[in-house]
Design a protein around this ligand. Sequence first.
Ligand code: MRU
Length: 369
Amino acid sequence: MIHYPGSLVFVAFGGSVLSDVLYDKVRAVELRDGAVHLLDQRVLPGTIRYEVCTTARAVAEAITAMVVRGAPAIGVTAAYGAVLAVKAAYEKAPNRWRREAAADLALLRLSRPTAVNLAWALDVMERVMAEGGEENPLERVEAAARRLHADDIAANRRMGAYGAALLPPKARVLTHCNTGALATGGFGTALGVVRSAAADRGIAMVYADETRPWLQGARLTAWELIEEGLPVTLLADSAAAALLRTGTIQAVLVGADRIAANGDTANKIGTYGLAVLARHHGVPFYVVAPLSTIDRHCPDGLSIPIEERSPQELLQCQGISHSPATAKAWNPVFDVTPASLIDALITEGGVVERPSTRTIEKLFAAKKR
Ligand code: MRU
């Protein structure tokens, strides 16, 4: 483990001085030298460490362990994992590489249950794998994964522009979890809107929930924003109600892990509570997510699988126990916000106000044209 106390990023990113384009420098995931390089998000911001995965199995394990997290970043990582699966399969059995790669793809598919971008990315990769003849597929499979990554960044930038246009100048916003460059191919979803707004009409303050138990807000969102010189104030998740009551917040911006066909949205645990609070206080609640996060096979929120993780994540904080050893803990890591509490869904295809099955279908129909 390498520790860089103090100027972490200065050292980690080859000595380049960080400017206002951290999102262009930070890549949660990269395919390089035949391996998937993952910035280990379990130890940020105190430690900059990369996990280098040379097999699809290692990639799947890294996703499960949350070395990489955030729905779009998980999707990009799985696509690169599929490249490693195909490479190994072709080297082992050039005549039946598709069959050979199947077990690895199944492993990747099971690595986390809620973020639909994972299954979506693997579906894209499997379609590409099905094309072509028996020639070495590596080049086109790798090109497809890189395209998927680049498309995610491009989608984030478009969402950023759409979302920024909904905010007042010098806005004060509240966000939850981490939805930035670390959680995506780059730039971010809800945090992408913050980035666009900051460049456009300014951001007065980003209030960030610390996001217990994994502290994605305190560790990752605060880090991303501070490194870019953007204003951030952390708060305990339980302080959000009091903050909203002050009238300070002009919009709540969150990401999504899976959006059902009717607009019900699964996102980091605590999001549903924020949506209820936002509605109670008359503050607009926006979900920012790419089209790849919409699962048209899930009719509503009830059919979204919700991941439950180890009770230890609650009973300990950064490895230190703070609860009786025999205490039980319930640790669902996502919740579902009903579509009726969402004022707008911001996608790269446009903004859907008051999302519903009808308005979301219209969005996909417009995309086809
Ligand atoms: O458990 P995580 O850290 O993978 O959960 C991440 C979230 O809930 C994010 O809000 C979501 O993936 C959107 S990220 C652009």
